[in-house]
Design a binder for this molecule. Structure first.
Ligand code: CO
Length: 152
């Protein structure tokens, strides 16, 4: 296995949580809770038409760490987030782990018997390349792997 000499991680892994995804019914209410009341900093909002959601990225800390809280609000009745909220109500939705090389990370998951929900990477918020892993193979957690946008 090709290891990163600095931290002994395989080179395709980045070693940090990119974001935690929280499904919210109302984006502005979510921003008010986490930013105005709880002190996180809003970085940006973005519509992701492929998922039919509007997302807000909040910095997990104000010291420059890479992690974010991703609030996901449905833009209509269709889409995974709208269905999730209709079925279970708002709440914790997924954990996204940063990877450097998503093709290599997908191959490692397949080799380990972890099923992928996406056979090829999709374009997520910020142009990142994302793939979801089957929660039944990840201890009940919906895990997203996300790699920087092409050329970044
Ligand atoms: Co996400």
């Amino acid at each position: 296995m090709n290891l990163d000499p600095g931290n002994m991680l395989p080179a395709h892994l980045a070693g940090h949580v990119d974001h935690i995804g929280v499904a919210v019914a109302d984006l502005q209410a979510g921003i008010a809770l986490y930013c105005d009341l709880l002190g996180l900093e809003l970085e940006r909002t973005e519509q992701v038409p492929s998922e039919n959601v509007e997302v807000a990225f909040l910095k997990l800390d104000r010291q420059g760490g890479p992690g974010h809280l991703e609030l996901l609000a449905p833009l209509g009745e269709d889409g995974n987030i709208a269905r999730y909220i209709a079925k279970r109500g708002p709440g914790l939705h997924h954990v996204a782990v940063a990877v450097r090389d998503i093709t290599a990370a997908m191959a490692a998951c397949r080799a380990a018997g972890v099923r992928l929900l996406d056979e090829t990477p999709r374009t997520g918020a910020g142009g990142k390349q994302i793939v979801f892993l089957h929660p039944k193979d990840c201890g009940g957690v919906l895990v997203e792997m996300c790699a920087p946008a092409a050329g970044k």
